[in-house]
Design a protein around this ligand. Structure first.
Ligand code: G1P
Length: 292
């Protein structure tokens, strides 16, 4: 079965306070992961799942993000003049990826509010939401499975991952029931960042969602929740008890670039897997690890 064409929404309006002072004058989404800004991986993931229309929700001081997906004629001409076609291709890659649109969030009222800002662009259609702090390894497709599950059932689909109970308070958490498919669960309820003792399970919501447009009506009347912010999780809780929500359980490689240690791990893992960098990096890593 071929899945219908859907649009993607990438909220990129968070303050990035965990990476200060690096993010004092630069958006956290532009932090490099090896040699590409984190947000480019997320855009590439959406494109890899067959999406060619992407809306990025920007906050204040996020103009670097739109510049990154725009062309830079002076730089491109210089590289062309030098005959450096490899670098030229790398500069142009981010411009040619997809049809990328931008809207400003206006006020930082939370993830649910940011997603609601996509309503006019998305219209009355199912769409995907990808959060920039979570990078999913391109070798472990997740979004494609979620889109197929939505196409099969017509339901909202969220990505879940089992996490250590010690970290559960950092996530939206789902109460789940099994289905016939061991990698798909029915979501009975959701709670945003519960205390460890209140968490209904260790199934954490990771930042990938395939949402039906009903979510916009719910978000428009969702009151501020955890942290005084309009939470996407709260709107999905309502959908879970009305229309129904499914969870695709992810077992692949995920990098949380919103966390400093995981950000460093992501860079090391991705670089050591690369053909151009791995051969030089891996022997050094082994030597370094042996000294620890
Ligand atoms: C957001 C969501 C949370 C989800 C998390 C995944 O939280 O509100 O439900 O589990 O992303 O990364 P944030 O990490 O932006 O605070």
């Amino acid at each position: 079965m071929t899945s219908p064409r859907i649009k993607a929404v990438i909220p990129a309006a968070g303050l990035g306070t965990r990476f200060l002072p690096a993010t004092k004058a630069m958006p956290k989404e532009m932090l490099p992961v090896v040699d590409k800004p984190a947000i480019q991986y997320v855009v590439e993931e959406a494109v890899g799942a067959g999406i060619d229309d992407i809306l990025i929700i920007l906050g204040r001081n996020k103009n670097n993000i739109s510049n990154h997906f725009d062309s830079v004629p002076e730089l491109e001409n210089t590289l062309r003049g030098k005959g450096d076609h490899e670098k030229l291709a790398r500069v142009q890659a981010s411009t040619e990826l997809a049809d990328i649109h931008f809207v400003r969030q206006g006020e930082p009222k939370g993830l649910g509010h940011a997603v609601l800002r996509a309503k006019n662009h998305v219209g009355d259609a199912t769409f995907a939401v990808l959060l920039g702090d979570d990078l999913i390894d391109e070798r472990d497709p997740l979004l494609t499975t979620m889109i197929a599950e939505n196409a099969r059932t017509g339901l909202t689909v969220i990505a879940l991952m089992e996490v250590d109970p010690e970290h559960i308070h950092l996530y939206g958490v789902a109460e789940v029931e099994p289905t016939d498919n061991p990698d798909v669960v029915r979501v009975k309820g959701l709670v945003e960042k519960p205390k460890r003792e209140d968490a209904p399970s260790n199934y954490a919501v990771i930042g990938r969602y395939v949402l039906t447009p009903q979510v916009f009506d719910i978000l428009a009347r969702t009151a501020p929740g955890k942290g005084g912010e309009i939470q996407l999780t709260d709107a999905l809780q309502e959908l879970a008890v009305t229309d129904g929500v499914l969870g695709v359980v992810f077992h692949g490689r995920r990098y949380d670039t919103g966390d400093k240690v995981d950000y460093i791990k992501a860079i090391v893992q991705l670089a050591s897997d690369r053909e151009d960098l791995g051969p030089a990096l891996r022997p050094w890593l082994q030597e370094f690890a042996a000294q620890l």
